[in-house]
Design a protein. Structure first.
Length: 111
């Protein structure tokens, strides 16, 4: 039986990030959020590049249920790859570019 390695807190965070991008759905959502105006032109509330994209539109575009989309987005949020903006009862998601760049830098150095 393999021995489990205890990871320091920083390594646990990196492991969460690696697991977060191990999903085609989550990678696709991150790609869509690079250009929210083009990928979500039907958002009526406000400019998706300013406030983020509504989870309902992400679910519809991904052709998955809203609870499934919310779960994918929660994983991305816990990995710091997306930010959430709450407006009333709605949640709007956008990329956390600083965290993505920092993870990319870490990945290029360590992998």
């Amino acid at each position: 039986m393999p021995t489990m390695i205890c990871l320091p807190e920083a390594s646990e965070h990196r492991l969460r990030q690696l697991k977060a991008i191990a999903s085609d759905v989550r990678l696709t959502v991150l790609e869509w959020l690079k250009d929210p105006r083009t990928n979500f032109p039907n958002q009526k509330t406000e400019d998706p590049a300013k406030i983020g994209v509504c989870v309902t539109l992400i679910a519809a575009k991904a052709e998955i249920s809203q609870p499934t989309a919310s779960r994918h987005l929660e994983i991305l949020k816990n990995s710091d790859f997306v930010k959430i903006r709450k407006i009333h009862s709605w949640s709007f998601y956008s990329r956390n570019e600083d965290a993505i760049k920092e993870f990319s830098r870490w990945l290029s150095i360590n992998v």
